[in-house]
Design a protein around this ligand. Structure first.
Ligand code: DAH
Length: 324
């Protein structure tokens, strides 16, 4: 019997190396089952001299406890491991450095900046749809039936009445028709024209800003635009203001600034809202007047970030975009 006790003492040292659940179960049976070591020991125990029984009994009990503890402990360890494997996320591993986080596209950066700037001045952002009917894109803006921008050559028509918007100005009448002054709004949109060369793409971004209130005049318009440009470029920007013609403004002007090659380019079309437009939306043009301007986002972005080719903005070259 003493030999068997010795053997068990040696064997139980291996319990902690068991890795599988079914082996743990088998081990339990090996020690405590009907034909297990401890059953054999108890049988032998009956026949030992009475004198030494208490001493040997204590040793056997101690060994039993130790064995069962070791089996239970290892059983728990195995269970824990199974759980970890099931939802395994090793948070101690180093991060994957090859993943590059994106950044905002320069066009988006410009749009966000301008939107925030005018929101802070109390202009509400309004949504524009990309498909509009001829009434809002042309008629309500006083654009005559024979105007070239209505032709198939210049505009993407969906059908005879609907088109991809050619300018964000088309939001003006749609928005104002149910409103009473004061009106201060900003609308950001993609606009579409059949143009494609070094400085034009068939889709580009515009921001339309307009304001209707008592006594709005041309100097208000120029004051807003000049301040906007100075703050946007963070320096005093030289501007050229050239009289122009837009059917929905009277008087109308174009604002030019210098581009990266030191050439003057138009970046804003603007004017005082034509009384006819106000009439179209049932605003009393004897009491109220308005200003409006449309900003070309690509051009402003190219000047601010010194980009010379507009196509760079649409190539989606991640390396290039990462610099902004
Ligand atoms: N919509 C014009 C364009 O696309 C730009 C423009 C001119 C907007 C005059 C205006 C404006 O609001 O008053 O060329």
């Amino acid at each position: 019997m003493l030999n068997l006790i010795k053997k068990i003492k040696k064997k139980i040292k291996n319990i902690k190396y068991i890795k599988k659940k079914d082996i743990i179960n088998k081990t339990y049976i090996k020690y405590f089952g009907k034909k297990g070591y401890f059953k054999i020991i108890m049988k032998l125990f009956k026949n030992i001299p009475k004198k030494i029984k208490p001493k040997i009994g204590k040793i056997i009990n101690k060994l039993k406890k130790k064995t069962i503890n070791l089996i239970n402990k290892q059983n728990l360890n195995i269970k824990k491991k199974i759980k970890i494997n099931k939802n395994f996320i090793d948070i101690s591993l180093p991060g994957n450095k090859s993943i590059k986080y994106g950044n905002l596209h320069p066009i988006t950066i410009t749009i966000n900046w301008i939107e925030k700037f005018f929101n802070n001045l109390g202009f509400n952002t309004i949504n524009n749809s990309e498909i509009e009917n001829t009434y809002y894109n042309f008629n309500s803006l006083n654009i005559k039936k024979n105007h070239p921008t209505r032709s198939k050559k210049d505009t993407f028509w969906i059908n005879k009445k609907k088109l991809l918007i050619t300018q964000t100005s088309c939001i003006q009448t749609k928005y104002m028709k149910n409103k009473k002054p004061p009106i201060k709004a900003i609308s950001i949109g993609n606009v579409f024209r059949k143009d494609y060369d070094k400085t034009h793409t068939p889709m580009f971004h515009q921001i339309e800003i307009f304001l209707v209130d008592y006594n709005i005049n041309f100097s208000n318009l120029i004051y807003i635009i000049k301040n906007f440009l100075n703050i946007f470029f963070d320096k005093k920007v030289k501007t050229k203001i050239i009289t122009s013609y837009f059917p929905f403004t009277e008087p109308s002007a174009e604002i030019y600034i210098k581009n990266n090659k030191n050439n003057w380019i138009e970046i804003i079309g603007c004017g005082l809202i034509h009384p006819k437009i106000l009439k179209n939306v049932k605003i009393n043009n004897n009491l109220f007047s308005g200003l409006a301007f449309g900003i070309g986002i690509e051009r402003l972005t190219m000047i601010k970030y010194k980009i010379n080719n507009i196509k760079k903005l649409y190539e989606n070259n991640i390396e290039w975009l990462n610099q902004f």
